[in-house]
Design a protein around this ligand. Structure first.
Ligand code: ADP
Length: 540
């Protein structure tokens, strides 16, 4: 017993369909099957009732014919005598006539087409206005149905288990008598008609059931195919294929709910792809950055080590050589310091945690101060450094020290790459977006092929090896980071041998810049609306 119930329990879940398509199909098919069954039962039941009524009416009509025929036979046999005398005795001639097999067979097989029982006797009135036949002794005759007409057989005539009884008062001449008739098991087409209807309904039902299964499977597939596509796409995403998307047309998904789901899925996948792209890009940049940093550090460190070794050896005794090596070591240490400062600055900008101290201020002030600080260097190099300022203040919301640093870096580069006798001009002006700062020089210019790379970290051009030697390749990267933080943009135009022009456009208010507006509201509130954190997507 235990083994048996165990195997049934194990078999149960296997019989229950697990896929949505199978469940929908089975469910739909079961509903159709149940509906068909109930409708068939109802139709057959109503048909049977209808035929029963029809057969009853038909039997009554036959009973009338039987009554007339028996009345004629009785009258004929009784001649002028009574059918039943006062003692309720049946006329022997009548008894003989009704016992005649020819009469009974004709009655049963031709007229009634049913088993006929005849009872004759005196009439007894009943309370309700009806009559009862008091049977005369020996006055009960049976006429059993003994044959079925040939034509009827082929049409499915069969005995039907219903009956009809009636009592009548008949007269033969002046004599009155009672006739009680019973018709039973008549030949009818009811059974064969019901059987034919049942067969027809069963055939129609089977066809309808088959069609319903096909329709249900097709409908279920229409619903489940988009879900399967979503599953496959999710799996592909999980396995790293971030470009996978699902179709979103109504034709492909089948319903508006699935269209919406597919759209949301695609949006999610696109965001994921974008985020992963940014993360990968950041990771690659960090890797390159680390490689560049270690490379940049190694050059001055190697030089310092060489000077150190030489000074500890023989060169340490030669005062001229010592002075030269100490001078060179000093330059290398300065370079290291400068590198460290720039790296620190860039990493602070990159961290995304640096906050801009935004003030609605006149941008002319910080530019002027940066240019002033560069004047001594310009003078040393014999370069004319000019500042052109508009008469009216140019008020924009900006971080003055950082914009000053931008100008200092650009002017520093311009001075570095402009030969003595050249000119460097810094011009501040209003711009439809806010303010513009333009730094132009008459220097060596930049090769068009190099232009797209000059803002990359550690990128140093191929021109003017001497001037480049003093740089770290970080200056323009810092410029771009700061300008991006302000929601501004940098453009550069340059002609080899003729000079370069760097143009910076700063918006009136960086906080209205939609890229910066991405910063969570809480973070903005935390800095009291004035300090601006750098979103990670803004990194250079
Ligand atoms: P660095 O700190 O070494 O100057 P930058 O990032 O500031 O590095 O500049 C990168 C490169 O862009 C320089 O090495 C140089 O080739 C080019 N460059 C920048 N500014 C100028 C300029 N005004 N004239 C010519 N070349 C320039």
């Amino acid at each position: 017993m235990a083994g048996r119930s165990f195997s049934i329990r194990r078999l149960g879940p296997r019989l229950v369909p697990h896929t949505m398509q199978a469940r929908l199909t089975v469910g739909f098919a079961l509903v159709v099957a149940l509906t068909l069954f109930l409708v068939s039962m109802l139709v057959l039941n109503r048909l049977d009732d209808h035929f029963s009524e029809t057969v009853k009416v038909d039997l009554q009509v036959r009973a009338l014919a039987v009554r007339d025929y028996v009345g004629a036979v009785v009258q004929d046999a009784a001649a002028d005598g009574p059918v039943v005398d006062v003692n309720n005795q049946l006329n022997p001639a009548v008894a003989a006539a009704l016992s005649n097999p020819d009469v009974t067979q004709y009655l049963a097989n031709r007229i009634a087409q049913a088993d006929v029982d005849i009872t004759i006797g005196s009439v007894v009135p009943e309370d309700g206005g009806g009559i009862r036949v008091d049977p005369a002794p020996g006055a009960m005759f049976s006429a059993p149905l003994s044959e079925t007409p040939e034509i009827g057989q082929s049409f499915g005539l069969a005995r039907d288990p219903i009956g009809h009884a009636q009592a009548d008062v008949l007269s033969s001449g002046p004599f009155v008598y009672g006739l009680h008739l019973t018709l039973a098991n008549p030949l009818t087409l009811r059974a064969s008609t019901i059987a034919a209807a049942t067969g027809l309904i069963a055939a129609v039902g089977i066809v309808a059931f088959g069609v319903s299964i096909i329709v249900a499977a097709a409908l279920a597939q229409r619903f489940t195919v988009p879900l399967r596509r979503l599953t496959e796409a999710s799996r592909a995403l999980a396995e790293g294929d971030l470009s996978r998307r699902v179709p979103t047309s109504l034709g492909a998904t089948g319903s508006s709910e699935l269209v919406e789901l597919s759209r949301q899925f695609n949006t999610m996948a696109a965001r994921l792809e974008e985020s992963i792209g940014i993360i990968r890009h950041d990771r690659d940049m960090s890797r390159d950055f680390l490689a560049d940093v270690s490379h940049e550090l190694r050059t001055p460190i190697a030089a310092l080590r060489t000077f150190n070794e030489l000074l500890r050896d023989r060169a340490g005794d030669d005062p001229q050589a010592r002075a030269e090596f100490l001078e060179s070591s000093g330059q290398q240490l300065e370079r290291l310091d400068w590198l460290a400062q720039n790296l620190l600055e860039l990493s602070k900008l990159d961290s995304g945690l640096v906050l801009l101290d935004l003030r609605p201020d006149d941008v002319r002030a910080c530019v002027e101060s940066a240019v002033e600080q560069a004047q001594p260097a310009a003078h040393r190099r014999g370069i004319e450094l000019t500042l052109l300022l508009p008469a009216a203040p140019v008020r924009i919301r900006h971080d003055p020290p950082r914009i000053g640093q931008v100008v200092a870096n650009l002017v520093g580069n311009a001075l570095k790459f402009t030969p003595p006798g050249g000119r460097v001009t810094v011009e501040v002006g209003p711009h439809p977006d806010g303010a513009s700062v333009v730094v132009s020089d008459t220097g060596v210019g930049i090769d068009p092929a190099e232009l797209p790379r000059i803002f990359d970290r550690f990128y140093r051009g191929v021109q003017e090896a001497e001037a480049r030697g003093s740089g770290s390749g970080l200056g323009l990267a810092i410029v771009k980071s700061i300008v991006d933080m302000h929601g501004g943009r940098v453009a550069v135009e340059s002609t080899l041998g003729a000079g370069s022009t760097f143009t910076i456009i700063l918006p009136r208010d960086p906080r209205t810049d939609e890229r910066i507006a991405d910063v969570p509201a809480a973070a903005e509130e935390a800095v009291a609306g004035e300090l601006m954190p750098l979103p990670s997507s803004q990194r250079a």
